[in-house]
Write a new protein. Sequence first.
Length: 266
Amino acid sequence: MKIEQAKFFREYLDTAANMYRLGWDERNGGNLSLLLDVDPAKFGLKCKRVLSLGFDASELAGRSLLVTGTGKYFKNVKEDPANNVGVIRITADGKNAELLYGYEDGGRPTSELPAHLMSHISRLRVDPENRVILHCHPTHLLAMTFVHDLDEKKFSHTLWETCTECMVVFPEGVGVLPWMLCGTNEIGEATAKKLAEFRVVVWALHGIYGAGKTLDEAFGLVETVEKAAQLYLLTAHLPRKNTISDDNLKEIAEAFGVKYRADFLN
């Protein structure tokens, strides 16, 4: 069987297509990586060329990832995966990656690959089943960072009190980073540090990083944050007569059996 026929590959392409459809990934904005739980050799894949990583990813030595390419438009991913995505395998020393599939036009993985690999390492330390890192630019969440205090407690609380399901979907709240230059090891390190505590990290004035065990889980996580941000923007300029209170949030957490950041309540 060819890798393009594998269920995980088709789900990956569908996720990328939905990210574009929702306006989260304009042009080549954003990136998506999936740690594989199958050996690429199963699909007859062999090393085509070696790519330098520029940092130590030895904690992922031998692991393979499906990841979008640098400069690749999300609208083209599903129709032309061979040129727009790639499967890479981290070498034993953690310094390079073997290209096993894709980037047939000579391309490379996303420029934010260091941030993705650091994020995968961070999440695997917390939960060995976390295999997805999703970065995108959801419109309302991005707009919210222009007008809302970037304090993590305040930002998380606003999202929680705006949409009932938020306390269930991300009870740990969201991490927030100030604007930083993208595509650098510095922002990758900062993001990975936050992901040790949160599954969502907001890049102020830029976008969001989401982590999950599956593509659906990571997508749904970002989808929920974006819906709450949209509701906030629709109501922020109006007198608020009703809201989800802290007592309500505690009730939600108890009913669904989730452990939440109590210090993020008022």
